[in-house]
Design a protein. Structure first.
Length: 261
């Protein structure tokens, strides 16, 4: 597996920062991975290395090195900004979305059905309904680091030091910097997920879809999303725990590989 290559493509926001892993299986179908807020495309580095196929990802607008959207983030806005990735493909691509990235995958499949072969959705967030009002509000609040006592150290301890027995230090450190890199705008992207009609859009999906529910707080929403998608095959994997795309990279890669084949 060779290292990643990076480039920029133009989009509605300005420029989109793209990650590309060539892999060792050039005949494999192309896979576009859509990251969760607030991470960039390098979130999928471990997964791409294990998968061994052709993988593309990108920093969502406003995160990493991608230009931010002019307005409040929405799933539709993210989809329009990410769409240039489809133009890089020489054939229809599969989409893999995790957390908020799963909603972008759903929207992209509906908007560009001829360019999307199928979907792999892992841990789908569902924030609709009046019972989610308080959660929606809390998710979009800025972290306000100034009001926290030693916030960077507490995040470092939870995201790096507490994971050293399962995640290599260099990789954990990379994810930590990616997480805090957008500063006070860290949670802005959650506005997209919390304002999205997941059910209405999920019911329109026509491509084959693999929905994977891991051992996470999003399990119930993921099961709900799977029931809405007419073409969904649901797989529950209670053995995959956080951080899913690090500890569960091998299992997720195997599921995705089998589905795409």
């Amino acid at each position: 597996m060779i290292g990643s290559q990076r480039s920029y493509v133009n989009n509605v926001a300005g420029q989109l920062h793209v990650w590309h892993w060539h892999g060792t299986e050039p005949a494999s179908p192309p896979l576009i991975c859509l990251p969760p807020v607030p991470y960039g495309g390098c979130f999928f580095r471990t997964f791409a290395s294990v998968l061994g196929g052709r993988v593309w990802s990108a920093d969502l607008p406003g995160y990493g090195c991608s230009d931010a959207l002019a307005d409040l983030p929405t799933v539709a806005g993210y989809t329009e900004a990410i769409a240039p990735l489809l133009e890089l493909m020489t054939q229809p691509a599969y989409l893999l979305g995790f957390h908020s990235g799963a909603l972008v995958a759903i929207e992209m499949a509906n908007r560009y059905p001829k360019q999307v072969s199928g979907l792999v959705l892992v841990d789908v967030p569902v924030f609709s309904g009046p019972e989610m009002k308080d959660i929606r509000a809390s998710l979009t609040e800025p972290p306000d680091y100034r009001q926290q006592e030693d916030p960077m150290n507490s995040l470092f301890q939870s995201m790096v030091m507490s994971r050293l027995d399962t995640v290599p230090y260099e990789r954990a450190l990379n994810l930590f910097f990616d997480f805090v890199g957008s500063g006070e705008k860290r949670n802005a992207g959650f506005h997209a997920a919390t304002s999205y009609d997941a059910q209405g859009h999920a019911e329109r999906v026509s491509q084959p879809t693999l929905v994977i529910a891991t051992n996470s707080s999003l399990r119930d929403g993921t099961l709900q999303a799977a029931s809405w998608i007419p073409t969904a095959t649901l797989v529950e994997r209670a053995d995959i725990t956080m951080p899913a795309f690090e500890l569960g990279a091998d299992a997720l890669a195997q599921l995705a590989r089998e589905f795409m084949e």
